[in-house]
Design a protein around this ligand. Sequence first.
Ligand code: SF4
Length: 451
Amino acid sequence: MALTGIQILKMLPKTNCGECGIPTCLAFGMKVAAGQIEIGECPYVSDEVKETIGEASAPPIRTIKIGGGETVTTTGGETCLYRHEKRFENPTGLCVLVTTDMSDADVDGRIDRFNNIRIERVGVLMKADLIAVKDTKGDEGAFTSLVQKVLDNSSDANLILMTDNPDTMAAAAKACGDRQPLLYGANKDNREAMGNLAKELGCPLAVVGSNIDETVEIADALINDGLKDLVIDTGARTMRAAYEDNIVARRAAINKKFKPLGFPTITFPCEITDDPLMEAMVASVLVAKYAGIVVLSDLQGDTLFPLLLERLNIFTDPQRPMVVKEDIYPIGGPDENSPVMITCNFSLTYFIVSGEIEGSKVPSWLLIKDTEGLSVLTAWAAGKFGADLIAQFINKSGITEKVKHRELIIPGYLATIKGELEEELPDWTITIGPREAGHMPAFLKEWKVAA
Ligand code: SF4
């Protein structure tokens, strides 16, 4: 059972030294209980206490890492049923399947698309995360050489190895070295051997049941064998069954603390339908409802992009606005005569405004003021984007060393602060820009330094 802040406080030194970055041990204990800070941030707790608190404050869905180095895919770690209760922690891993009975061209195409379909949006690089390699021929040589091919040709793909033969799995997993794959998996017949292999290699292990009850039995046995890092496949191969099983597993783990289902799930839209559009639709349902990993038959931009976008939306923390850094952003190679604009640091505002400036082909300087992620009007209403704060920022930003003129274009929605800003910045001419970013290109094309 999760510990309360007071229970955690009893195990802390209670010196209120502040070295953890929190002023008091009580506040620190509260944050640990809320999952907002790790117990290890206090340098004075013993390993024994760390273990006790760490276990007790662990999320009900275990956090599982697949891969190694900087390209780890993290799944699970979830603590709530609904995003608005707190946030969803780790985005669903998107995976493409290659098999030993595919032609070289089919495999190469999938690896190419894995490597090349990458889209940047609001400063986030969106892409698929994993490649599942499946031994469909029962041929160890063909399986290990396909695994090697994927390893050699996709430097940032994390792997899922799919075979039910423990010897074949051992050979392929050893070829992966530090890029620790997910071993898929342990069924009722090979559980012991797969469990031992996962322990020996330190790899996460998938539990493969034919239905949710069998999955629970196998997971329970593996937990008793000392396995901790599991991913569960309940065997569901219809959309309805996969959807229901994901919900049952999440509810059982969060509401009842039911350990055998307290792991991320792996789901297979690629085995639910042969229709690519239907497959994308099934995947979208499973991304929304709790899948830890979804395995797709192929990656195509027109179906992957909506999934990536859906994932970005669902796994963005609703309590923390996405922001960009306060700074001067040159767009299109501006010089000393280029226009200077200012706006807030809400990511969406920045990317929309900078996109319109880029599209106008008028080289410009865009000043981004820290408004704690609030949009222009909200920031102004909250006192974070007033004339005095804008003037302070302009004076310390260094923009005067980059341009000869002294004309500042402010967002149209801030027209009311023009006079105040002119008083705060007596050397500057303040020009009111458009209200809508879409009108920026026409505005900039007409712009000339005020006389
Ligand atoms: S570092 Fe430890 S002892 Fe110091 S205030 Fe934080 S929790 Fe308390």
